[in-house]
Ligand binder design. Structure first.
Ligand SMILES: [Zn+2]
Ligand SMILES: [Zn+2]
Length: 351
């Protein structure tokens, strides 16, 4: 049996009986129950005054509640079924499922099904991460990281700055929880800080892990595109707020809660900017510069690099697209590109 075959067997599809899946879930619940018990019942000496103690305990328990809610939901919610739909498009056909594979969907060989907007198969959740549970996955990473930070905020002053003459005895059960938290739960929470930042970058760009691996242009806040030039333009990028709203919810109060709403395309279709991506645009502008022996920048593009305009019309005629601000800043603009027929009627690009 190959390594992959063995892995498939161990973490496989039968969620109800699978020992590995439930073992991993038990560990994650443990990561949370150990510090919950400690913070609430054993470590009352960690705080000098009652107000601090109440506030920290309230915050900690609130984050724990949201975390366990997000985790259980993300872990149990199965990928959405894809209706039997005939397709002649080879790129949108799954050989394994013998069915339509919508855009952004991928086949998971562990779940043995296609998963909408698939991100990865997560052994910690015992579930695929994709359109159906990406928000829950993100909140779980975020809250588990925050829990580690709150716990450390209480632990470090106690561990390093307490009076040596003070001895605090924990119960035997308390010691078990104390060591499990410090040796197992805390390093995992710290590791999740980095994973959370990575997932945030995905939310910011509207990209799944798979799409990032497939070299879609990735932007970093305040820095801009990092892999432009050798990447495919990201047609799903609806600018950061639009991107975040697609996953976290259309209203801000929904963002911290593990509740989701159905997107317009229900995970089968996604809004796309019918745009010239920045890398696409730069290639064209460079081309225009070469032909005309002048230099243009993004803000010039709708004025007079004629060669570029011609190319853009041919490729993007009849569409509206969004141009991000250039390096000088400014506003995001929506630009309509007329068709060649409109061009012949002497229509020019209008904003
Ligand atoms: Zn499939
Ligand atoms: Zn899977």
């Amino acid at each position: 049996m190959t390594c992959h075959g063995l892995f498939k067997k161990v973490v496989g599809k039968n969620q109800k009986l699978n020992i590995f899946v439930w073992g991993m879930r038990a560990i994650v619940i443990g990561l949370n129950l150990w510090p919950i018990y400690l913070m609430n019942y054993e470590l009352n000496e960690w705080w000098d005054n009652e107000t601090d103690k109440k506030m920290v305990k309230f915050l900690f328990n609130l984050v724990e509640f949201l975390n366990i809610w997000a985790y259980l939901k993300g872990s149990i919610k199965r990928p959405k079924a894809i209706p039997q739909t005939p397709t002649t498009d080879k790129n949108q056909f799954c050989m394994a499922c013998r069915n339509w594979k919508p855009e952004r969907a991928h086949h998971c060989s562990i779940c043995e099904t296609c998963v909408l907007k698939m991100d990865h198969h997560c052994p910690w959740l015992g579930n695929c991460v994709g359109y159906h549970n990406f928000k829950e996955f993100f909140l779980f990473c975020l809250y588990q990281a925050i829990i580690g930070m709150i716990y450390s905020y209480c632990l470090y002053p106690f561990a390093f700055f307490r009076d040596e003459s003070d001895t605090y005895d924990l119960s035997t059960f308390g010691y078990v929880n104390y060591y499990c938290t410090n040796i197992i739960a805390l390093p995992i929470s710290y590791a999740l800080i980095f994973l959370t930042l990575n997932v945030l970058l995905q939310l910011y760009n509207n990209l799944s892990s798979l799409e990032r691996m497939m070299m879609r242009t990735t932007k970093i806040p305040c820095i801009g595109a990092v892999n432009e030039g050798h990447s495919i333009p990201n047609e799903y990028d609806m600018l950061w707020l639009g991107n975040m709203k697609q996953v976290l919810g259309s209203r801000l109060w929904m963002w911290p809660l593990p509740i989701t709403e159905e997107m317009k395309g229900q995970g089968f279709y996604y809004p796309k900017i019918p745009e010239i991506g920045m890398s696409d645009l730069n290639i064209m502008l460079k081309d225009a510069s070469r032909v005309h022996n002048t230099s243009f920048n993004v803000n010039d593009f709708d004025h007079d690099p004629k060669d570029y305009v011609k190319k853009a019309m041919k490729k993007y005629g009849g569409r509206t697209f969004v141009i991000a601000p250039g390096p000088e800043g400014g506003q995001t603009r929506e630009v309509y590109v007329p068709t060649e027929a409109q061009q012949q009627q002497k229509t020019i690009i209008v904003e």
